[in-house]
Design a protein around this ligand. Sequence first.
Ligand SMILES: Cc1ncc(C[n+]2csc(CCOP(=O)(O)OP(=O)(O)O)c2C)c(N)n1
Ligand SMILES: CC(=O)[C@@H](O)[C@H](O)COP(=O)(O)O
Ligand SMILES: [Mg+2]
Length: 605
Amino acid sequence: MILENINSPKDVKSLRINELKELSEEIRELIIDVVSKNGGHLSSNLGVVELTLALHYVFDFSRDKLIFDVSHQAYTHKIITGRKDSFQTLRTFEGISGYANPLESPYDAFIAGHASTSLALALGFVIARKLKNEDYDVVALIGDGALTGGEAYEGLNNLGHLGEKVIIVLNDNGMSISRNVGAISKYLARLRTSKSYVMLKKMLGKNFARKFKLALKELLLPNILFEEFGFTYIGPVEGHDLTELIDTFERVKNLNGPVVVHVVTKKGYGYKLSEEKPDKFHSAEPFDFENGKGVSKDHVTFSDVFGKTLVELAEKDKRIVAITAAMPDGTKTSYIRERFPERFIDVGIAEQCAVTTGASLAKEGFKPFVAIYSTFLQRALDQLIHDVSILSLPVVFAIDRAGIVSDDGPTHQGIFDIAYLSMIPNFVIAAPKDAFELKGLMSLALDSDVPFALRYPKDIAQDGFSKRFFLEIGKGEIIKSGTELTIVTLGPVFYEALKALEYFEKSGYSVGLINAIFAKPFDKELILKEALRSKRVLTVEDGIKRGGFGENLKAYLSDFGVEVTNIAIDDFMPEQGKREDLLKKYGISSENIVKVGVRLIEKKA
Ligand SMILES: Cc1ncc(C[n+]2csc(CCOP(=O)(O)OP(=O)(O)O)c2C)c(N)n1
Ligand SMILES: CC(=O)[C@@H](O)[C@H](O)COP(=O)(O)O
Ligand SMILES: [Mg+2]
């Protein structure tokens, strides 16, 4: 076992090519083993084992900077930078992160989780190097998917103009989570498959003189976009050939100025199941190594209900179009893509584009449903305000993975949406407690003529507690009146309060419960009536406290002398763990609702 003796990148540098190849296999085995138990980003990581080893072989990342884009592909890097043993705890509570994080290791140049930031980060490091008069290499590793995001071009534009030494390694596997989209993706495919060039290069091997190479490139390759930006372009390089990779990086290390190394890899490489279905193994649930069973859960989630209902609605209403930013499978807009491909738009990792495109489609009389994860919608705050809110355009936002998110950690927590949407004029914000309510709210959103945000977690969507339904904007649902305390919940945390209610009833406390449904406009009439009856209100939501639903309610009720206490995420970034565990830890649980509720009632008494 070579891996046994690898405790730092120095140990990798001393290996021969054959040993490096063996090490790649051992690392793949370890990654597959741990991800099959813990879940994780399997196919992206299997695709970059050789690439990561070659980078560490040539550069010294104890001083050089290696910046991972998204950083979901940093497992090999983690394993060889002192985290081989702790790798077993990948993505678990208090375990190591699935992403790069300098708080976890000095080898991680920066934190990431959201895409397309690496080139702007490289720009900052390059400028810092100059200002501090230091000498290190800056290497950014960016995927072809991340290269569909606008921020990447902002970085490219500036790096090319600056002209300082920087190395961009473009890991091109033709895939985002699903198949990559857009003109840049087509362009890369043309570069990648400039077969005549690649074939000649292979045939001529080492005798392929540099000058001849350049002449051929000009003849056979399409125009090199990166060269127009001021970069030297090198590639396509075979991304699983350690010798070719190491030779290339050694050459690049000695070049000055900005360089793009275009590396072609296969997503999921080295494990048959993930090679065949790289999308299914992109963000894998724990699975059976032999047959891949379990890799995606088959329970009905809110996303499922959303995707299916959207198809049903679209059958009847031709105005409906669905927009996703590179997440058709996660948001289940894949269903409408199958049924009405012409009414499905995947803009790539471009949330700002998704929101603004939705705005102009709405202006033209369409009913866009823009489905984006809560954490990624943060990218498009200005577009929500500038392009949607000012004209009050009826775009529907399906905000998935809202609230606490399992496994991915702080970069992916969807806790800010209620707060940032609440401050934007004209928006309706609703949070269904279950599948039934989500369906009702989607119909309501379709009929509405203002921006309409629906937020829901990754959870299983319960079947529905109360099946009355006539939903109206700004109207909540009263479950029970109480004289000692009124609990007001938003979204599926309702079920935690429902459990708590059983305790209160058994213990003889008179506690009321309201399912608010709407964070904005909330049901002032109903909530005030109940609040005046009990004089005490306890709000529960799965989001940040500052500027959230509960605080807004508190501001309203304080004029009426009602005491309001908020259960929500206080002023901190939630860590990594399972959603149910974190919700418990932060007190968004039936146990804590009981505890706080009793304290409030007893205190008053
Ligand atoms: C802003 C943002 N939007 C969406 C995502 C979800 N996401 C994570 S990885 C990924 C695909 C990345 O593709 P690529 O960069 O080519 O890496 P690969 O997985 O193919 O190695 C997407 C869409 C994200 N992390 N950040
Ligand atoms: C890296 C990234 O941002 C995505 O791959 C994300 O981890 C997917 O999350 P889901 O598994 O919830 O779709
Ligand atoms: Mg890719």
